[in-house]
Unconditional design. Structure first.
Length: 197
């Protein structure tokens, strides 16, 4: 993803809001340990919400013509995102597969597309669907499968407080919905060593 600054981020407003939060919880935002926290949080938000300043289509402009007609799988794409309900992180692995129809995409682009959606206020269900629908539309393949497994800090460190729990979501498109054998094959490839158990 481009390293240029995310123009949607207003550092001064974030800094003022963080200062207000610190006051609201009874802290002194001017004490040594917190004096620069509002600026740190603003820089952090620029990073964790960098997907808001970019479009996933930036990463799919170059496709390659290739008569490859077997499933392509990129497993174990590490990612982090931010739950929009509590603004707390969730992180894990995404697995993306597609069955090309005359065009393939550079491998790193799959991870970049996923990151573009992940680096926004999100819910895992929507993140999974957005990635699958976007790749189906842009690559025009015979099928797409996206499986995401993640641990949510809004569940592990607060609320239910269930560390070690993982949420798994999937989105299947095209042939992976219509043809049971193709569906079984792609899920078997995704479940391979290190994939979803």
């Amino acid at each position: 993803m481009s390293e240029e600054k995310n123009k949607t981020i207003d550092h001064k407003r974030i800094e003022a809001a963080v200062r207000e939060i610190l006051l609201a919880i009874g802290e002194d935002p001017d004490r040594e340990g917190l004096a620069e926290t509002p600026q740190r949080v603003a820089r952090m938000y620029e990073e964790v919400f960098s997907g808001l300043g970019h479009q996933p289509s930036e990463h799919t402009e170059k496709l390659f013509h290739e008569d490859y007609n077997e499933i392509v799988v990129l497993r174990d794409i590490a990612f982090s995102s931010t739950c929009e309900h509590h603004l707390m992180p969730f992180s894990g692995k995404a697995h993306i597969a597609y069955l090309p129809d005359k065009h393939i995409i550079g491998l790193s682009k799959l991870a970049r597309v996923f990151d573009c959606f992940a680096k926004r206020p999100q819910v895992q269900e929507r993140l999974t669907i957005q990635a699958a629908d976007f790749l189906m539309e842009r690559l025009n393949p015979k099928g797409v499968a996206v499986v995401v497994e993640a641990s949510h800090s809004c569940m592990t460190v607060r609320g239910a407080k269930k560390p070690g729990s993982f949420m798994v979501t999937s989105a299947l498109r095209g042939i992976f919905i219509k043809d049971q054998r193709s569906r079984s094959e792609v899920m078997s490839l995704i479940r391979g060593a290190g994939g979803v158990q």
